[in-house]
Design a binder for this molecule. Structure first.
Ligand code: RB5
Length: 149
């Protein structure tokens, strides 16, 4: 199950991503927004992020105008590693090395076809583990307020 969320600037792109997920046979839960009325992206980013952090959803995809605001909001939820990607290379590497559990996209930055390539790459690339796990553990130690040096 994929958690989806966006703000008013990204309704159309979220629709495109839903069609792609349907084609891929992926299930999803849409945490809003559902209208073109101006809204606050942290509200929707946090809803999707909490669903991923709780285990209700395996991964999340969040979209705002730049992808920046909603990724910042998602990353404030403990356990979330949300990567803003504008091309497939970063999407692949953030799965392989960072085990990113959420992807952020900028609807005003990239077009729908590129966004779909990024989503496909993100969802199909496994985490490599090994030395990368140690680094993720360090990120979570920071999150817990622990000294990592
Ligand atoms: C909304 O106008 C815009 O600020 C938002 O979509 C996003 O780009 C914020 O980071």
């Amino acid at each position: 199950m994929i958690a989806l969320a966006c703000d008013h600037s990204a309704l159309e792109m979220k629709k495109e991503i839903k069609s792609l997920l349907d084609e891929m046979g992926e299930t999803y839960r849409d945490f809003g927004t559902d209208t073109a009325e101006s809204c606050d992206y942290p509200v929707f980013g946090a809803r999707a992020a909490k669903a991923v952090a709780s285990g209700e959803c395996e991964k999340g995809i969040v979209i705002c105008g730049t992808g920046i605001g909603i990724s910042l909001a998602a990353n404030k939820v403990k356990g979330i590693r949300c990567a803003l990607c504008s091309e497939p290379y970063s999407a692949e590497l953030t799965r392989r090395h960072n085990d990113a559990n959420m992807l952020a996209l900028g609807a005003r930055v990239i077009g729908p076809e590129l966004a779909k390539m990024i989503v496909k790459t993100f969802l199909s690339t496994p985490f490599e583990g090994g030395r990368h796990q140690r680094r993720i553990d360090l990120i979570h130690a920071i999150e817990e307020g622990n000294d990592i040096e």
